[in-house]
Design a protein around this ligand. Structure first.
Ligand code: ARG
Length: 498
């Protein structure tokens, strides 16, 4: 440590080197795996590079990996069976300490891997503990931990998505016959069933769940044994650890194994897209709960008051979901940016993968949970929806299609109905008030008064193509989605997970 750096350092964080030079402080602790070093790490560097405050979230996965490693080392005879047993006992004790909140996490030991290994020295004895890392590097270790974490997180996320879909489906079932305007450009467009609109979100969320499943399928091979980057001269049982940890087999290229973070990127990408979908659903709740729309009212448990305006009931929950989608997008961009210039193989930059990943996992999990609650308790104002849906202008397209059925080219029909709509708007007339004669003034093919031609129910009902708004179609779609969600929830139930 140079004098300049020592002087420039913050008062509370003087460099370890400066301290020893002045002989004031106790000699700095040797680095825990620092055979090649004479000096200790500068405390500022220690704080800067430590990851234990966030990568302790990988503890369970790190323990799983280490158990497989210890068993394998014992079985292939790289370490004596008694050491393997001591290690397994020690790892159990570590786990118990972590569960009880008694594990002595130490930032000087950098990360979760070194924290656990160092604690093992006490619990399993330094001899056995010193053998656990045989043929292993923190590079293949952290890649293994991440793979295990991503598998668990992906399963839990998928489960959360299907639970929300289940809530949307329950609410959709109640509202097969609730009509409201569907919107394009946020302008009233055509009438739809509320069930149809909620089924739209169920579809998008279904694809989201699929993205997590797809991504998981690519986390199929086990990094353990790739070593620092080039494998090992030791006869490690890669097949064995891979199988024990639930992978198809070992990874195929040791360099790719420690250099790759696209598993995390895929999770982040899928999470960003899912959060954007939640954000759009949230935005609808925000909009619909305004006095201007008045289509829904959020339950008290999912809204808050204003500190100043006593009349206010604010949709904070959907607003926060909408806002947090920004983080999920940011997290994806963060890791893409971290990775883009890195030469193979491992670079310490890659430690920056964890905070964005963990943040997206919890942000998405929590957003799914509160959206499910908000929707389950949402009050739907059918009367307000019906009022908005009864706007006769929503049926203008039907009027044009009526002409099409009589052989009039669609472009001409569009023009004719456009003129009718313009006429009504200018003269403040209700479209339905037009008589047969009025209509025939625009086109001779009209053969009935508007009241007979335009009917809200009939309009919704007659759009009966696949994917349409007709009752049968919506009921089919509901049944299909319900079956899909039930299957997924059974498959993903926590007790079903590895
Ligand atoms: N904490 C590190 C990370 O997350 C673990 C791997 C460290 N490897 C190394 N060669 N320093 O990336």
């Amino acid at each position: 440590m140079t004098k300049a750096a020592g002087k420039g350092g913050r008062s509370g964080a003087r460099s370890a080197g400066a301290k020893t030079a002045r002989g004031k402080a106790k000699p700095p602790a040797r680095k825990p795996w620092g055979g090649r070093f004479d000096g200790a790490t500068d405390p500022a560097v220690e704080r800067f590079s430590a990851s234990i405050h966030f990568d302790k979230a990988l503890a369970r996965h790190d323990l799983r990996g280490s158990r497989a490693q210890a068993r394998m080392l014992g079985e292939v005879g790289l370490i004596p069976a008694k050491d393997a047993r001591a290690l397994l006992r020690g790892l159990d004790q570590v786990e118990a300490e972590i569960e009880r909140g008694e594990f002595p996490f130490d930032p000087a030991l950098e990360d979760i891997h070194m924290n656990i290994e160092t604690r093992l020295r006490v619990l399993a004895g330094p001899d056995a503990a010193g053998k656990l890392h045989t043929g292993r590097s923190r590079n293949d270790q952290v890649a293994t931990d991440l793979a295990l974490f991503l598998r668990d997180a992906g399963l839990a996320t998928e489960h959360g998505i299907h639970q929300l879909r289940g809530v949307l489906l329950e609410r959709a079932r109640e509202h097969v016959d609730t009509l409201l305007p569907g919107y394009t450009h946020l302008q009233r467009a055509q009438p739809v069933r509320l069930a149809h609109q909620w089924l739209a979100h169920v579809e998008a969320l279904g694809r989201d769940a699929g993205r997590f499943a797809d991504a998981r399928a690519r986390i199929a091979r086990c990094p353990l044994g790739a070593g620092a980057l080039a494998g090992s001269t030791l006869p490690l049982g890669r097949e064995q650890t891979a199988r024990e940890l639930g992978f198809e087999g070992p990874t195929r290229n040791s360099m790719d194994t420690v250099a790759a973070r696209d598993g995390a990127l895929e999770y982040l990408a899928a999470a960003a897209i899912a959060m954007v979908h939640l954000s759009r659903l949230a935005e609808e709740l925000v909009l619909w709960s305004t006095a201007e729309f008045g289509f829904v009212e959020l339950a008290d448990a999912y809204s808050t008051g204003s500190s100043l305006m006593p009349q206010k009931k604010n949709p904070d929950v959907p607003e926060l979901v909408r806002g947090k989608s920004g983080r999920a997008i940011g997290n994806l961009v963060t890791l893409l940016t971290v990775m883009k210039g890195l030469p193979l193989t491992y670079n310490r930059d890659m430690q920056e993968d964890k905070e964005p990943l963990f943040d997206s996992v919890t942000t998405l999990r929590d957003s799914l949970e509160v959206m499910a609650g908000a929707l389950a308790t949402l009050e739907v104002r059918r009367d307000r929806m019906a009022e908005a849906a009864s706007d006769p202008m929503l049926l203008a397209t039907d009027l044009a299609e009526l002409l099409v059925r009589k052989g009039i080219p669609f472009r001409e029909a569009h023009e004719v109905v456009g003129k009718i709509v313009g006429h009504c708007t200018r003269n403040r007339l209700d479209l339905r008030a037009l008589t047969r004669a009025d209509l025939q003034g625009f086109h001779a093919a009209f053969d009935a008064p508007a009241t007979e031609l335009l009917d809200l129910e009939r309009s919704v009902e007659s759009r009966s193509l696949a994917g349409g708004t007709a009752r049968v179609r919506v009921l089919e779609a509901l049944a299909e989605a319900e079956a899909d969600v039930a299957r997924a929830l059974a498959r993903l139930a926590p007790e079903q997970r590895p």
